[in-house]
Design a protein around this ligand. Structure first.
Ligand SMILES: Cc1cc2nc3c(=O)[nH]c(=O)nc-3n(C[C@H](O)[C@H](O)[C@H](O)COP(=O)(O)O)c2cc1C
Length: 231
């Protein structure tokens, strides 16, 4: 079917999910930071990983791994390590003139980890840059070309996988929050979970059945984020 007709028919997804319906559903996803005290069944967590690995990746390298932490003791240790680092940073910032600026960020680092039923630590790894190696083998200088390395394609692929996981969580009635904050305790978390090179954590995802409300944080209007090139 040619492009115009396909759009007219609104055939964009399985199970009768059409373009506008999909968009409306996507708009209902929120980052959730407070969770009920209720475990998430393992088969549901498995589906989240299944969803993650549907993501596209550069030359299908699938450069990701996911550590899924449900053990209470380990979850508490992760949250405590992040809190300790956040307090350390807060103490440093308090010595300067921006203590108030940091105040609203304090919880940002660890709050979702405190009540999460599961903490997923996504990881990514680099692979040799095939095209750069081929250029080198031909006597060329790969730094003159923007190959996959220049866009950190493996990290991009892993980010796509995390987004698929967040959407599956939403579809399962779960709440989730992908967080950069836990990176402040990267050495502690990697040691606790046995994450080592070549894998590197890319934040952490707090997951659980959501409690309370999460008002939409809003979005920039699309005319501020899109550049149309039509002629
Ligand atoms: C890479 C990344 C890192 C984020 N880090 C944090 C974080 O450390 N703590 C947090 O509470 N939220 C974090 N968020 C969630 C954002 O605050 C949230 O996505 C944004 O405010 C938009 O809200 P929404 O997801 O509900 O649409 C992060 C989101 C992304 C994509």
């Amino acid at each position: 079917m040619e492009r115009g007709r396909r759009i007219q028919a609104g055939m964009s997804g399985p199970g009768g999910v059409k373009g506008l319906g999909m968009l409306a559903w996507l708009e209902t996803r929120r980052s959730r930071r407070v969770f009920e005290d209720e475990p998430v069944p393992k088969e549901v967590l498995e589906r989240l990983v299944q969803a993650a690995i549907t993501a596209p990746s550069n030359t299908n390298r699938q450069p990701w791994r996911f550590t899924v932490v449900t053990a209470e003791d380990k979850r508490k240790r992760i949250a405590a390590a992040v809190r300790a680092r956040a307090e350390e940073i807060e103490a440093i910032i308090h010595r300067g003139h921006h203590a108030e600026d940091f105040a609203s960020y304090g919880d940002f680092f660890h709050e979702p980890l405190e009540s999460a039923a599961a903490i997923v630590v996504p990881q990514w790894r680099d692979y040799p840059d095939l095209i750069a190696d081929l250029i080198t083998s031909g006597g060329g200088d790969p730094s003159l070309y923007h190959t996959a390395r220049s866009m950190q394609a493996e990290l991009c692929s892993t980010s796509a996988a995390v987004m698929a996981m967040l959407l599956q969580a939403h579809a399962e009635g779960l709440g989730a929050c992908w967080m950069a904050g836990p990176m402040i305790a990267k050495p502690e978390i990697e040691a606790l979970l046995g994450i080592r090179e070549p894998y590197r954590m890319v934040g952490a995802v707090a997951i659980g059945y959501p409690a309370g409300e999460a008002p939409p944080p809003g979005r920039k209007p699309i005319d501020r984020v899109v550049q149309w090139v039509e002629e």
